[in-house]
Write a protein that binds this ligand. Structure first.
Ligand code: HEM
Length: 447
């Protein structure tokens, strides 16, 4: 078992210049909106793919040169003609070139709302950033994350264009998907950072320890890899091949010749182009995040995690198991729309929870600290002398009162009283200083 890490230093979370509560609330509200909209875009993105609507607006970022949908029947028929030519050129399953105008318009609106939601994500990010920029303390904590979010949004918009212009290539779909996941995780981290603005977290620079941190980062990385192979499986139509589980072509681990195709080339090329191999990797890689999750729980078992961090962790484990069950059902039923949308949503939530745990462990904000009151300061030499003088005075008064009490046979003579005083209370000598109290190593204690 691992030794507990060194306790955090003796500092109460100092309320450094606290950000204005209204500004904090404003940024929080916009970030929450950003997070919800991001969930909406990712889940709606799955609907776009399931319904084959991705090419119904074959242009990007405009719709045949305009930002608004066609206004006349002629405009609609022109757009449908462009779609037909593109679908024919690609010749992919799921993109019937000859569809009714009604079916085309339905697909168009699905893709249009996807783009509209993405635009709202951009707007929410701009407003959240401007609100944070206006407060120095908030910006100090969150600035880096906002800048990264902007960079990712620009990259994501570019990738969206490549996905459309490139005819929905599986690699681009997968890259588009993981960029969205990273964006989502960072938006959650930005929200957590707002909560820490204006606070000095004890031991923040040390984080919760190397092992939990490395494990949670590995978990994030492998989950992203799983999402990437999921995107490839979806983009290649991998849900339509080998719809059995746990056996694939009657094997638990099918031989290479059944899952690899020489016409694509090596293993890497097969992953990018071969639906069977992409699905094979995706179905078995799913268990690695689960193993890493158990490792994370073990490495964190000695840490005094706060309630929210504990809950993020529990939810991650719960959703990981649910995701594997939904993934298997999705495969057995050849990816019906509702299960695929659920699979997409769960994947995103899992990554969001892992990102929250990683942030808490990295910034030491997920650890409980128990603050004990400081021990009283040791008495000074002067205090001790005063105490001794007071004690001898009391004794002298007691002896004097004994002399005046008639119940006593006789009062001792003054000299005797003085000598008895001397006998009872030795003359004050220089007192020994009390032992030094232990170094105040911290009220912050690990439970
Ligand atoms: C940690 C666990 C898992 C994660 C994070 C994950 C994530 C994903 C993601 C993000 C997609 C792409 C969804 C989309 O584009 O709409 C996907 C697709 C898919 N996943 Fe998973 N997955 C996991 C486990 C599994 C398992 C265990 C199976 C089956 C054994 C599975 C089967 C599938 C299938 C068949 C698709 C393609 C769906 C389609 O074509 O619409 N997944 N997965």
């Amino acid at each position: 078992m691992n030794a507990p890490p060194t306790p955090t230093p003796l500092v109460d979370p100092v309320s450094a210049p606290s950000p204005a509560p209204l500004a904090t609330l404003g940024v929080k509200v916009w970030l929450w909106l950003l997070i919800l909209l991001t969930v909406g875009v990712v889940v709606w993105g799955a609907v776009v793919r399931i319904t084959g609507s991705g090419l119904s607006i074959p242009d990007w970022p405009t719709i045949a040169g305009s930002l608004t949908p066609p206004k006349s029947d002629y405009g609609w028929s022109q757009l449908q003609e462009t779609y037909r030519a593109e679908a024919e050129r690609l010749g992919k399953p799921g993109f019937p070139p000859d569809i009714t105008p009604e079916a085309f318009r339905r697909m168009f609106w699905i893709e249009y709302y996807h783009r509209a939601l993405a635009a709202l994500v951009g707007l929410a990010l701009v407003i959240a950033t401007v609100t944070a920029l206006r407060n120095r303390t908030l910006w100090h904590r969150t600035g880096g994350r906002f800048i990264t979010l902007f960079a990712l949004l620009i990259a994501q918009a570019g990738l969206g264009g490549v996905v459309v212009k490139g005819g929905l290539q599986p690699l681009m779909i997968a890259a588009h998907l993981i960029t969205a996941y990273i964006f989502f995780g960072l938006a959650i981290n930005a929200l957590q950072a707002v909560g820490l603005a204006g606070k000095v977290v004890p031991g923040e620079s040390k984080s919760a320890g190397r092992k939990p941190l490395i494990t949670v980062w590995l978990l994030m990385l492998i989950t992203l890899l799983q999402v990437f192979t999921g995107g490839l499986t979806a983009g290649l139509g991998g849900a339509l091949v080998a719809n059995t589980w746990p056996f694939m072509f009657n094997f638990l681990l099918p031989p290479g010749e059944l899952i690899l195709d020489a016409k694509f080339g090596g293993i890497g090329a097969n992953l990018l182009h071969n639906a069977v191999f992409a699905q094979f990797v995706h179905r078995w890689l799913a268990f690695l995040p689960l193993v890493l999750y158990v490792a994370l729980r073990l490495t964190c078992s000695f840490l005094p995690l706060t309630k929210p961090t504990r809950w993020w962790m529990r939810l991650t484990g719960l959703l990981l198991v649910a995701q594997i069950v939904v993934g298997i059902l999705n495969l057995l039923k050849a990816a019906p729309p509702n299960l695929t949308a659920l699979h997409s949503t769960l994947g995103l939530l899992i990554f969001g929870f892992i990102s929250a745990v990683a942030y808490d462990l990295r910034h030491n904000a997920g650890l409980k600290r128990i603050f004990k009151p400081l021990p009283p300061p040791p008495p000074t030499i002067q205090d001790q002398l005063k105490q001794q003088r007071a004690a001898s005075q009391t004794q002298a008064q007691t002896v004097a009162s004994m002399g005046s009490d008639p119940s006593y046979p006789s009062a001792p003579p003054a000299s005797a009283a003085a000598s008895s005083e001397a006998a009872v209370a030795p003359p004050p000598s220089r007192p020994k200083p009390p032992p030094r109290p232990p170094e105040p190593s911290g009220p912050a204690e690990w439970k």
